[in-house]
Write a protein that binds this ligand. Sequence first.
Ligand code: ARG
Length: 472
Amino acid sequence: MANPSAAVDSASPSANSMWGGRFAVGPDEAMERINASIDFDRRFYREDIAASRAHAAMLVAQGIVSVGDGDAIRRGLEQVLQEIESGDFAFSAALEDIHMNVEARLAELIGAAAGRLHTARSRNDQVATDFRLWLRGALDALDGQLRDLQAALIGQAEAEAATVMPGYTHLQAAQPVTFGHHMLAYVEMLGRDRGRLSDCRARVNESPLGAAALAGTSFPIDRQATAAALGFDRPLANSLDAVSARDFAIEFLAAGSILAVHLSRLAEELVLWCSQGFAFVTLSDAFTTGSSIMPQKKNPDAAELVRGKAGRVIGALTTLLVVMKGLPMTYGKDMQEDKEPVFEAVDTLSLCLLAMTGMLRDLKADPAAMAKACGSGFLTATDLADWLVRAVGMPFREAHHVTGRLVKLAEEKKVGLADLSLAEMQAADGRITDDVFSVLTVERAVASRMSFGGTAPERVREAATLARERFL
Ligand code: ARG
């Protein structure tokens, strides 16, 4: 592992060793500080070195650099990598960024041959290449974490496929559903999140390398070869676009923001469900905290933080959209501001997924509490109306009306619909028979919702099996 917090040495007053040819004096201290990105873009060190290796190998294959110099560059880069990974590398703010830090150290190690590495290349195509490689890896890791969360949700869905709970609209109890069905709703959302990230990956995975500063190069390079060596699908077709496009990062942040919103909705439900008013679930000790003053408390801090951290990801999207808005082609230093929002979003999403997966894996549903919550709120009113349509042949609108009158009566008597007498039912409509009581239990209500995508336990079990095939 690299040592990202190693001190940055910033003591050089002389002109920059990499580009200082026309400069008489070095930068002001504030200039150096505002200009340097090494504190954050050092996260690209692996990708930067991999891209340099691919570039150097191509330069040799094309006869642009000698085999001997190519060997020296390859061995030197290998050593730089080892130094960074072992924490022995002295990062320098005077050298601005990861690209020049690596190249300057290479020059110390192998001498003049290092200067040949930058042939037919610029930091503009370099940084775009590193960024795309890094984001590709991050996308793959996030996909694995999303899959883990889906697995935890599917596990709960299978265990609680027949556990009846109130389903809500307007956060008002609406119709009975099963807890398993509710879990699988999130599996679908996260499945689309994976789809969006995978679509984004396809656009991330194109190579800017060889676009050079902006216009391409007069050297006979082979962009197909470097693209293939780095696992890109193809080289980007236009050199100006290659160095200046950041929509791949914006697209990630947009898809990431949607994911963050989904996670925050689930987090909010956990917060509600473990509150005393609901008490539908218990979160494990491992994902809750106590209060220093109220001994009875078990607070869902992890869920609250997942809910709150969505703000960071959405903020990162806004940041990069504003950075890029109105930028003329091609590269502008503004674009150095592209990395931190993406790092912030990746780190935040990764941690939220980890915490959410742990919470869902450990979560204990309380079927008795959920069943009790189904007892109030006339959850089977729709089933009564549907029965009137089926058994009596009433138009649904009329059935809705008759049911409404019976709900009002039950409300006045402070009883459930099933507790009304047949005589009371028949007072609302003489055609009602004893058979109506068979549809008024919540178990019957969920079992009857056999339509595709519906909440019947049988359907939920099928859907969970299918979800395993589709997503795991
Ligand atoms: N550190 C720079 C960035 O992050 C690298 C590219 C610099 N290019 C340049 N022409 N100064 O964007």
